[in-house]
Design a protein around this ligand. Structure first.
Ligand SMILES: NC(=O)c1ccc[n+]([C@@H]2O[C@H](COP(=O)([O-])OP(=O)(O)OC[C@H]3O[C@@H](n4cnc5c(N)ncnc54)[C@H](O)[C@@H]3O)[C@@H](O)[C@H]2O)c1
Length: 264
């Protein structure tokens, strides 16, 4: 093979996660039952972390933790609705006690609703639910995670989106919530950074997950341009690609990184 030709990288169906990158790290994945969060549980476990999986879908969280344990990791699950402060507070207290501390919190949980709806037709309760999960949720997670995160090389990552930050969204409340999450992360960077807690917003593009599949169906049902929806569908990325970036951010090797991180 010529030196000008890079070696072919086999598509293993997983993001590349160096074993040992998270050795001795205690990692909490919020929203770890499905999609990007579930891939993150798998990747963090493969990188050597002890993983706590929090999600409103308790059975899904249990199954993600069981999969991580089967791969040899320490993993536990808890059912938590991120919109309920008492549940979030209790979960972080319990997880920190069980793990003996928390080094990284990867907040992935989120919902997408209202795809393709004209602003004139967005019901207030739909708006309120999306804001509650996607903006109040990360606030509550940050508030209670910060009580436990290691000072010195603690990490908090809030998963936002390109929608609402780099571009608009097909959903009015989703775009607004993710724009708000980005502002929250910037503000927390200023506040927690000097305390030795590195904060990032991670903004992925369109990824093939249950959320995205439901969103494409909703867009079609609400009369969105079918050609545009099909083009998005044809170009979806894989959850494992985002998960491997989250693992990297959770690791001390990312200590020199700051601020917002984008993935394709
Ligand atoms: N899939 C994409 O194209 C895409 C693109 C950019 C950003 N994102 C963001 O990535 C994150 C993960 O999305 P995904 O596509 O993997 O979705 P997903 O639906 O597969 O997973 C989301 C998880 O969040 C959990 N969750 C929802 N509401 C919750 C609540 N109130 N409390 C606790 N857990 C709750 C769900 O149970 C689920 O396990 C979301 O924040 C989403 O906005 C996704």
């Amino acid at each position: 093979m010529s030196r000008d030709t890079p070696p072919a990288v086999p598509d293993t169906g997983r993001g590349p996660t160096p074993a040992g990158l998270l050795a001795d790290r205690r990692v909490v994945v919020v929203g770890g039952a499905s999609g990007i969060g579930r891939a993150t549980v798998t990747a963090a476990a493969a990188a050597g972390a002890a993983v706590a999986v929090l999600d409103a879908d308790t059975a899904g969280a249990e199954s993600a933790a069981a999969q991580a344990r089967a791969a040899g990791a320490w993993a536990r699950a808890r059912g938590v609705d991120v919109t309920v402060e008492a549940e979030v507070a209790d979960a972080f207290d319990a997880v920190a006690a069980e793990l003996g501390g928390v080094d990284a919190v990867l907040h992935v949980a989120g919902v997408m609703r209202g795809q393709g709806l004209d602003v004139r037709d967005v019901p207030l309760d739909l708006w309120a639910r999306v804001i509650a999960v996607n903006l109040t949720g990360p606030f509550l997670v940050a508030k209670h995670a910060a009580r436990h995160l290691t000072r010195g090389d603690g990490v908090l990552v809030l998963v936002g989106s390109k929608a609402g930050v780099q571009s608009g969204s097909g959903s009015v409340p989703y775009g607004a919530s993710k724009g708000g999450l980005h502002g929250l992360a910037l503000t927390l960077t200023r506040q927690l950074g000097p305390q030795g807690i590195r904060v990032h917003a991670l903004c992925p593009g369109d990824i093939d997950t249950p959320l995205m599949r439901r969103s494409l169906d909703e867009a079609r049902a609400n009369g969105a341009d079918g050609g545009r929806v099909s083009a998005i569908e044809a170009a979806l990325g894989r959850p494992e690609e985002v998960a491997s970036v989250l693992v990297l951010l959770a690791s001390p090797v990312s200590a020199g990184l700051a601020g917002t991180v984008w993935t394709g």
